[in-house]
Ligand binder design. Sequence first.
Ligand code: SAH
Ligand code: SF4
Ligand code: F3S
Length: 483
Amino acid sequence: MNDTRTYRLPDQQAEGHRRNGPVGVRAYAISEEQKQLGAGRRYYLRTYGCQANVRDGETMAGMLEQMGFVRTSDQTEADVLLFNTCAIRQAAEEHVLGEIGQLRRLKEQHPDRIIALCGCMAQEPGVVENLLKKYPQVDLIFGTHNIHRFPALLQQALKGERVVEVENEQSSLVEEMPVHRTFAHKAFVHIMLGCDKFCTYCIVPYTRGRQLSRPLSYIIEEVQALQKDGVQEVTLLGQNVNAYGRDLGLQDGFTQLLEACADTGIPRIRFYSSHPRDYTVSSIEAMRDRPNIMNALHLPVQSGSDAVLKRMNRGYTAGQYRELVQGMKERIPDLALTTDLIVGFPGETDAQFQETLDLVDACSFDMAYTFAYSPRPGTPAARMTDAVPEDVKKERLNLLNQKVADHGLAHNKAWEGKIVEVLCDGPSKKNPAVYAGYSRHNKLVNFRAEKAEPGQLLAVRIDRAHSFSLDGTAVSGEIEYNE
Ligand code: SAH
Ligand code: SF4
Ligand code: F3S
């Protein structure tokens, strides 16, 4: 099931937002005329990038459906083609540009079709100018702070105008936007926008603006509504969730938020992503003490070298990270820990890369997303001169991936023979003969069952471990879970 709906906005204005003055909250609005725009028309939407972008894509899909458009996965039959882009690495951008480049002929044959681009690339310096010059097929460009304006902008574009609207900062939070959720049984909930950390390699603070937390009451209301709707799992989203509420003047706002979400009774709560510098013991204790907050944590470390961490402006040392992890594992012994790692940051020596390998051994991550450093225009690291050659980056990435896979397998082996609780997503995309879902520890489990519905919580016995997934069989009767 997919749904399109809006969330109610409380009457009072949110207080406490201060960023060059107060940032208010207002309600999304759509005109009756805009609601007719899509009658008899189809849309194609492709989202790249992180879960925040996926959630934004769900909002835009909700808007398109509110306008009467019907979704299609076939580009050639779409009246509106929307590309929700990511700018985190150069490869992500090249992919989008390649895809849009191919649409030139389609646009020539069907000038009335709308090709639109939004998301983080639209916020990047120079990208819009380049698109306008080199990609005449693009009709509409809007930024991450202009999503609520999408129906009005599309209306203009459908009149034959070329439309660009990119704001540098979010002038106010916009609530009550529609959403077409990808899954009926699990949902993403934005708790904040933007990021204040300014890691030297990262473009996110420029493409998403400064940190802006949604007021607690709005988030809780959204989670309560989802719970009433039968949603089994929510993932609280932000670039740095454990800094939640700072801009609202809240003390330890993330713990307050976790506690309040747990109180709603929703069966599973996850959050993504967090920063080692902002961890509080109380939030770890909330995880430990509340059974509906999952014991799986994504805590990006990026590097194991103090010198590199310093040049990245991460604000901690490898030793502090290790201590943090140790403290967490003492409190939550079954914690499944995952991370992000970058290799080939400017000036990274062999010895400094070795320190990253050592840290992976010391922390023994369940899984890690690994990246070769990619210079992003406008970021401080892009101006650093001592670049690591591409072949060295590649070599380091291979070595790191092997180590990450070894640790993943060792962790997953420990689940063999155990019974875990799996939230079923439906048949596996890779092999429709089995079902796929995630355990409480966020392990991908492919399992055999006579019948399993998306959204069902099942007991699954793990038969076989791989580095990044588990194979199992659904079991019934008297069950004692091992997680
Ligand atoms: N806010 C999140 C990260 C979002 S970006 C956090 O800090 O946890 C996801 C990951 O992409 C980062 O953790 C980092 O590992 C990687 N990344 C970001 N910028 C990059 C770049 N310029 N080159 C390579 N990897 C990058
Ligand atoms: Fe980027 Fe750092 Fe912010 Fe994460 S915390 S989004 S890596 S600037
Ligand atoms: Fe990409 Fe923007 Fe997310 S750059 S990773 S889509 S915040």
